[in-house]
Ligand binder design. Structure first.
Ligand code: 5GP
Ligand code: MN
Length: 316
C-alpha cells in the first residue's frame, strides 16, 4: 500500500517536512516524528513550519533542522505535507514548493484536497500521527523514543485525550505501543495540559466574560480581541483549549471561539458534539476541518459575524 512512499524514501536523501499554519499537536508531533524517522534512516530531513511551536509542545524532541517563516531554498527528493487539508494552509512560500520536489500529502481531514503527487488521505484515521505509524510499520522503520513521544502526542492531542469521536481502537493500540518505547502518558499530559503560564487564566477570565449562548443554550460563543491579548500580555497560543472548554457546558452542541486577527477579520474555531457537522459550516465560509472540529476566517464586525454564524447554524 505504501510502495510509492517507500520508493521515494529509499531512493532519496534530502527531504522537507511541513504542515499547516498555527500548528496543533498532531501537526507538530507528526512533523517531528517523521523528522526523527528519516534521521534514523541516515537521510537528511528539514522541517518547515510557518508558525512557531506553541509553548505546550516545546517539551517534544525538536528537529535540529527546523525552519520558520519561509521554507528553506533548494530542491528535495520528497516534500511531505502533513495534516494539512488545503495546500495554501502551508502558509508563506507554499506556491514554490511544487517546483522544489515531489509532494506527498498525508492527511486525515474530510475536506482534504489531493494536491500531492502521492495523496494518503484517510478520514477514518484518528490523526495524521496514526497514518504515519502505519507507514513506519509497513516500511519497518525502527521506533526510537523521539519518534514515539511525538507520535503519542499527535494522537493524544488530536483525539482530545481519547475523548472525541475520532478516537478509535488504533489510537489506543498505537499509544499503548509507544509507552513500550519509553513514553510516559502522565508526563505528556502534564506538559500539554498542566503547564500553562498564569496569564492564560487571566485571559480566560476576559474571554469568558464575553460568553453568550443561543438556541436554548445549544450554541456557545466567546470572543478574544486584540485588546484582551494586549491587556493580559498574551498571544494567540494562550487560547489553545478555550473553545473545547466552553464546549463542556451541558447541552451545548456547538462551541465557537472568535479570535480577532485584525480590524474586521476573525479566525473562527468551531467544535461540536455528536452528529453536528461543523466542517460543513466552516466550508461554507471558505474553511474546513473535521465533523467535530473545524475553522475558517470571516471578515466583518463581531455583530455581523455572530449573525452570519447563527444563520448558518440554524438554517434547515
Ligand atoms: P482550529 O480551530 O483548532 O484552528 O482548527 C480545527 C480544525 O479545523 C483543524 O483540523 C484545522 O486544520 C481545521 N481548520 C481550521 N481553520 C481552517 C481553515 O481556515 N481552513 C481549513 N480548510 N481548515 C481549517
Ligand atoms: Mn490532525
Amino acid at each position: 500500500m505504501f510502495r510509492k512512499i517507500k520508493q521515494i524514501i529509499d531512493g532519496g536523501n534530502k527531504f522537507l517536512i511541513t504542515t499547516h499554519i498555527d500548528p496543533d499537536g498532531d501537526a507538530i508531533g507528526s512533523c517531528f516524528s517523521l523528522y526523527w524517522a528519516l534521521d534514523g534512516l541516515q537521510k537528511n530531513p528539514f522541517v518547515y513550519m510557518r508558525d512557531r511551536v506553541p509553548y505546550m509542545y516545546e517539551f517534544l524532541p525538536k528537529p535540529t533542522q527546523l525552519f520558520y517563516n519561509e521554507p528553506p531554498d533548494g530542491t528535495y527528493d520528497g516534500i511531505f505535507i502533513l495534516d494539512c487539508g488545503n495546500f495554501f494552509r502551508v502558509g508563506n512560500g507554499h506556491e514554490r514548493l511544487k517546483s522544489q520536489g515531489p509532494i506527498i500529502n498525508i492527511d486525515h481531514h474530510a475536506t482534504s484536497e489531493k494536491f500531492g503527487i502521492i495523496n494518503i488521505i484517510n478520514q477514518n484515521s484518528s490523526s495524521t500521527g496514526e497514518i504515519l505509524y502505519n507507514i513506519y510499520d509497513a516500511l519497518m522503520i525502527p521506533i526510537s523514543y523521539n519518534i514515539a513521544v511525538n507520535l503519542y502526542t499527535a494522537i493524544f492531542t488530536d483525539t482530545g485525550s481519547f475523548r472525541y469521536p475520532n478516537t478509535n481502537s488504533e489510537a489506543f493500540l498505537i499509544c499503548e505501543k509507544m509507552t513500550k518505547f519509553g513514553v510516559s502518558p502522565a508526563h505528556v499530559a502534564q506538559m500539554v495540559y498542566e503547564n500553562h503560564p498564569k496569564e492564560r487564566f487571566v485571559l480566560l477570565g476576559e474571554v469568558l466574560s464575553s460568553l453568550e449562548t443561543y438556541e436554548n443554550d445549544t450554541i456557545a460563543l466567546a470572543v478574544v480581541t486584540k485588546e484582551m491579548f494586549h491587556k493580559t500580555n498574551t498571544a494567540k497560543e494562550y487560547t489553545e483549549g478555550f473553545v473545547e472548554f466552553i464546549k463542556e457546558i451541558r447541552g451545548v452542541n456547538v462551541a465557537i471561539l472568535m479570535k480577532e486577527l485584525s480590524d474586521n477579520q476573525y479566525k473562527i474555531s468551531m467544535r461540536s458534539k455528536g452528529d453536528t457537522d461543523v466542517a460543513l459550516i466552516c466550508n461554507h465560509f471558505g474553511g474546513g476541518g473535521h465533523r467535530n472540529a473545524a475553522g475558517c476566517t470571516i471578515n466583518g464586525s463581531i455583530i455581523q459575524i455572530k449573525d452570519r454564524l447563527k444563520e448558518a447554524l440554524t438554517k434547515p
